[in-house]
Design a protein. Structure first.
Length: 407
């Protein structure tokens, strides 16, 4: 990447200097996930924590995860003018969580701690992820402070609605780390997908045996959801078809829930014609039971062996490629257990030739990788079987690399 960020003097590079400000709220524990995701994405992360933040998350934890010294004291490193230098060196500043108190101080331009000084001394984009009780979020003072920060170009991610401290529930919950990271990194890219409609499928289909059992796979839907989140952050209108998702979908993404492969096929057929780009990231069952029992299959009546007759499911990706609308870009996914890199590429090349999609993202899966993990390793091929992108990292960072190709 070499784009210049509006309002920021430096270019966007693959390795960024990211300052993560952690402030004193119960949601500070989620900052560890934000820091970890940024580090795994290959960025140099420097944590500036308030004294209150260290009451919730210990300095050793933040230093171990960030792999850098955690800075807290305004009067440390005076000879090197650290209270200015950290902000001057930053490509991006992310404050997560941002408490009501911190938001008020930022709106007022106060610099009575190292975090305030760092932000005032920086020309880098600033992203905040608020976290507080609903009453505090809706207080006129907070509403006004958020409006001030937005008018100055600060990006606000969240808050989400859900369970808060204790028994309280409502708006004010810190959004999940992957969403914060995707939204923050998207600030450094132009909104290059604005005006585009993107359809993403995610999760794993389940084929019922009876009312209580199914044949399925271990896909969590994290990679597809990460693509949807990143696309929305880059300006796209996103529809997500989720197959048995167990992960919350952020506000602003239209979501359709399905379970089986046939349900997924029907949903894709309805949604795909209006999409500019279709990303088929869901893990789809190749076969389904020929018959489904109306009641629970009992081992007492089946004996020591149960024989299942399976029939092949339709090839949704191939069918979609064959009936695409003019100008539509279609991206398929292929999960493979092949460990040999050349054989993996051969499998991918053969599959994209069969499927007819524009791109195919081949990702390695196994007992401990790919499915139900936070990271992914992928190779993206074009229709000629040529590698156009390779990436290893968090699923958020991989999502960004995939969208870079499409944009």
């Amino acid at each position: 990447m070499s784009d210049t960020v509006p309002g920021h003097s430096g270019p966007v590079s693959d390795r960024l200097n990211v300052v993560v400000g952690v402030t004193g709220g119960i949601a500070a524990y989620k900052a560890v996930g934000v820091i970890r995701a940024l580090v795994l994405a290959g960025h140099d992360v420097h944590v500036v924590a308030t004294d209150a933040a260290l009451r919730f998350v210990g300095r050793p934890t933040l230093e171990a995860i960030s792999r850098n010294t955690v800075h807290t004291d305004l009067y440390e490193g005076v000879a090197e003018v650290r209270h200015v230098a950290i902000g001057q060196a930053a490509d991006l500043i992310v404050v997560a969580p941002a408490t009501a108190n911190t938001i008020a101080k930022l709106a007022a331009g106060l610099a009575d701690d190292l975090l305030g000084n760092t932000i005032l001394a920086s020309t880098a984009p600033v992203v905040i992820a608020p976290a507080m009780h609903t009453e505090m979020w809706r207080n006129p003072a907070t509403v006004a402070n958020i409006a001030i920060l937005k008018s100055r170009g600060v990006t606000v991610i969240g808050p989400a609605s859900g369970q808060l401290t204790g028994t309280d529930s409502g708006q004010g919950r810190l959004v999940e780390p992957d969403e914060i990271v995707a939204g923050a990194l998207a600030v450094l890219r132009p909104r290059d997908l604005a005006g585009r409609s993107i359809l993403v499928t995610a999760g794993g289909t389940r084929e019922p045996l009876d009312p209580v059992r199914f044949i399925g796979n271990r896909s969590s839907g994290r990679q597809g959801l990460a693509i949807a989140i990143a696309a929305a952050a880059r300006g796209a209108a996103v529809t997500l078809i989720g197959a048995n998702l167990e992960i919350a979908v952020p506000h602003g993404i239209t979501v359709l829930h399905v379970s089986s492969t046939l349900e997924l096929q029907d949903a894709v057929a309805l949604a795909a014609p209006s999409a500019d780009i279709v990303v088929m990231a869901a893990a789809v069952a190749d076969y389904r039971p020929e018959t489904v029992a109306d009641t629970k299959i009992k081992k007492e009546t089946q004996g020591d062996r149960l024989t299942l007759q399976l029939v092949k499911n339709p090839d949704i990706l191939a069918g979609l490629s064959a009936t695409r609308t003019a100008g539509q870009v279609i991206v398929g996914f292929a999960a493979e257990t092949e460990a040999d890199p050349q054989k993996l590429l051969d499998l991918g090349s053969a599959k994209i030739a069969r499927k007819g999609s524009d791109y195919l993202v081949v990702n390695t899966v196994g007992w401990t990788e790919g499915f139900a993990t936070e990271t992914n390793t992928v190779v993206m091929l074009d229709k000629a079987g040529v590698i156009v992108m390779e990436a290893t990292g968090t699923k958020s960072s991989v999502a960004g690399r995939i969208l870079d190709v499409l944009a």
